[in-house]
Design a protein around this ligand. Structure first.
Ligand SMILES: *Cc1c(COP(=O)(O)O)cnc(C)c1O
Length: 427
């Protein structure tokens, strides 16, 4: 037994499936999850001392690499002065100002401790502001594990959703309508039928939780137009894409401005920080300014915010996103060329420091197309890469992440591993 196996056995005796978040259990790809003990730059080490080049990056936050020295110093310095007060601190003001300066749509912003909390709060704000209850989301988009958002599609585009988790009351699921991603016409039809009931449309403006799926031209623009016409709140869930794809998120990249934005992942730099914010007129409903209650004992935690601020400061270095995007693109191009040499049907796409790998003939634009990919091939590829020291997301339905710490050596080593792994994947 390896130390990873021993730890996994032990973990399962006290934690459901041995993990604190389901995808970590490797159920989709099979095998033993790696228990990680250390990270530095683009590398992580497991409990058996094996080193991997990491393309998960804590699912996005590690944009400057693991244990980046200025981030670590900021956390150590802050921690020495006390971990939490439950009273205002200057650091959280600095964080709010930084977010407002960088994102075109933010006028007021509140900090929370996770992406889930950010989306749950944004929905409540949208409902409180409009006095309506229906929410529209898109198939394959993940917005955290709040009740209203754990709903998948019914059969027709206009059917009301069924909960995709036990424990979500049908009465709550019924308030969520699920439409196919990139189907602006379905949204147009829904608004024509029931626009006055819709509090909010929430979308991952570039989807990253069904692998990477870009919005088709005009999709986000139509969302904006329909929400304006019907007085509904447009929420961009940029928990993954915020400060990952562009210095100003997808809203900066596309020029489409949401009413509310949710953030997480990169803004905490690996510590638990989330945020929701947007137009002043809408955020004015948040307690104690207004009647929508929202609170958190550890919200704006000084140590967590210090990690986030230090991380965001590093992303403001000149050319940071250009270099990150070029590196991520080179990684994708290298994989595509290795797959071609191995005779494996494969394609890849990237936006900024985020990428998608598809065992498909073309890059998908919807959940249905993502589902057509060759999952068994991905599983063989995943394990062959892991054996060769490359740690990819243990699921065919997750985006991956490159950090500023992935250098030429890491890229070359990854592509050498990929040549072997594609041959193994071909089967
Ligand atoms: C990760 C993620 C969330 C949930 O964030 P947590 O911090 O895991 O609660 C919400 N929305 C999107 C788009 C995400 O990628």
């Amino acid at each position: 037994m390896t130390r990873n196996d021993t730890l996994f056995d032990r973990a399962q005796r006290s934690i459901p499936a041995g993990v604190n978040s389901p995808v970590r259990a490797f159920r989709s790809v099979g095998g033993t999850p790696r228990f990680l003990v250390r990270g530095a730059g683009c590398h992580v080490w497991d409990a058996d001392g094996t080193r991997y080049i990491d393309y998960v990056g804590s699912w996005g936050p590690a944009i400057v690499g693991h244990a980046e020295p200025t981030v670590v110093r900021a956390v150590q310095a802050r921690a020495a002065d006390g971990l939490s007060f439950g009273a205002p601190t200057e650091l959280e003001v600095e964080m709010a100002e930084t977010l407002i300066r960088r994102l075109p749509s933010l006028e007021l912003v509140r900090l929370v401790s996770s992406g889930t909390e950010a989306t749950m709060s944004a929905l409540r704000v949208a409902r409180g502001y409009t006095g309506r209850s229906k929410i529209v989301k898109f198939e394959g988009c993940y917005h955290g594990h709040g009740d209203s958002l754990l709903v998948k599609a019914g059969s027709g585009a206009l059917t009301f959703g069924q909960p995709s988790s036990a424990g979500v009351p049908p009465a709550i699921a019924n308030e969520t309508v699920v439409l196919p991603y990139n189907d602006a016409e379905a949204l147009r039809a829904l608004f024509a039928a029931d626009g006055g009931a819709i509090a909010a449309v929430i979308v991952e403006p570039i989807a990253g939780n069904m692998n990477l799926v870009r919005p088709v031209p005009g999709f986000l623009e139509t969302l904006r137009e329909l929400c304006d016409a019907h007085g509904s709140v447009l929420i961009f869930d940029e928990v993954m894409t915020g400060f990952r794809v562009h210095p100003q998120g997808v809203q900066g990249l596309t020029g489409v401005t949401p009413d509310l934005t949710t953030l997480g992942k990169v803004i905490g730099g690996g510590m638990p920080v989330g945020a929701f914010g947007g137009k002043r007129a809408i955020m004015n409903v948040v307690a104690p300014l207004g009647p929508v209650y929202q609170a958190g004992t550890l919200s704006g935690n000084p140590v967590a915010v210090a990690a986030g601020l230090a991380t965001l400061a590093l992303t403001e270095a000149p050319g940071f996103y250009e270099r990150l995007a070029a590196r991520t693109r080179a990684f994708c191009d290298g994989l595509v060329s290795a797959a071609r040499d191995a005779g494996v049907e494969f394609c890849a796409d990237s936006v900024g420091g985020m990428f998608g790998l598809y065992f498909s003939p073309r890059v998908p634009t919807s959940y249905a197309e993502v589902m057509q990919g060759d999952k068994e091939r991905f599983h063989r590829f995943f394990h062959a890469m892991l054996d060769a020291g490359v740690y990819l997301a243990p699921s065919a339905y997750e985006a991956g992440f490159v950090s500023a710490a992935h250098d030429d050596d890491a890229l070359a080593a990854t592509l050498a591993a990929a040549r072997v792994a594609f041959a193994a994947a071909r089967g």
